[in-house]
Design a binder for this molecule. Structure first.
Ligand code: ADP
Length: 275
């Protein structure tokens, strides 16, 4: 009944008889495949910017460039260096998040302030692209959690909306109490939208709908994977709704026991998070 089942059989002498050892190696093979795939993806992502840098260095070996060529080379080399830096940073964040079986959730996260500072960070890019923002943030809604991980989750979703939205576009960021004492975060954009066949794969490492488009914006396809793991550590899950050509909405719910108001007496025990 399991067509994917892989068994390893070993036969060895056992006294006058033979012993057959059968081991289920399905999971191990899957992990090996994932690891190989991961390494080939990482190598590929580094190779492209390195090829650009090497190309320019070889060109400069032969003769010193004139002002115009140098200006272009400088821009390209800076862009590729930033791209490699982003990739290394994202790989480190992902490795850290994936490796942590238990997360310290004792940080008191002032979510409204985090969201305000993230909106300030993306302000320039949003202005350049003529995007408008609307914020619907409950100023009295904080949460317990890992500050770094939740900041990564909010930052990736907001920056994706800005990155992929075409001008003129609109982005709505919301952080509000839910019906059962939980909290709901959402980012809705009027961007290109995503076809249904891609939706389930978006949180896979290195998965991008349009590799060229994503590379142009400096993306390696790791952001949503980071979001997925960060949310898992807070017993939450990313939900993606999208209509191709209309826009997308990325949202998640934070369980009620992690949500609180800083103005109320908050003496409840903070649960330890396990995954
Ligand atoms: P990247 O670094 O490429 O942005 P992510 O993991 O954050 O990687 O996103 C994976 C892919 O999902 C992106 O390459 C893009 O194709 C798609 N995507 C993410 N957010 C949006 C969005 N708001 N609108 C349209 N497509 C999106």
């Amino acid at each position: 009944a399991r067509p994917d089942l892989l068994l390893e059989c070993r036969v060895m002498p056992y006294g006058q008889q033979f012993l057959m050892l059968v081991r289920d190696i399905t999971q191990q093979r899957k992990l090996d495949k994932m690891r190989k795939h991961f390494i080939s993806n990482v190598s590929h992502e580094f190779r492209t910017p390195l090829t650009v840098l090497r190309g320019y260095l070889e060109m400069f070996d032969e003769n010193l460039p004139d002002q115009k060529v140098w200006a272009r080379a400088h821009t390209m080399m800076s862009e590729q260096t930033i791209r490699m830096e982003n990739l290394v940073n994202q790989l480190l964040v992902l490795a850290k998040i994936e490796a942590a079986p238990v997360v310290d959730i004792h940080d008191e996260i002032d979510v409204p302030t985090v969201l305000n500072s993230l909106s300030a960070e993306t302000e320039q890019l949003a202005k350049d692209k003529a995007l408008t923002f609307s914020f619907n943030i409950d100023p009295d809604l904080w949460m317990h959690g890992s500050s770094d991980q939740m900041r990564s989750a909010f930052a990736n979703l907001i920056s994706n909306a800005v990155k992929y939205c075409e001008q003129p576009g609109h982005i709505e960021v919301s952080w509000q109490k839910g019906p059962t004492g939980n909290a709901r975060f959402s980012v809705k954009d009027s961007g290109p939208g995503i076809r249904p066949e891609h939706l389930l794969r978006l949180t896979e490492r290195f998965y991008r709908v349009d590799k060229d488009r994503s590379r142009e914006t400096g993306g390696a396809g790791l952001g949503l994977s980071i979001v997925k793991h960060a949310l898992q550590h807070h017993r939450s899950e990313l939900s993606i709704e999208s209509e191709y050509g209309e826009g997308s909405c990325f949202s998640f719910l934070i369980p009620s026991d992690l949500v609180y108001s800083p103005n109320e007496d908050d003496t409840q025990d903070i649960p330890e998070l396990q995954i």
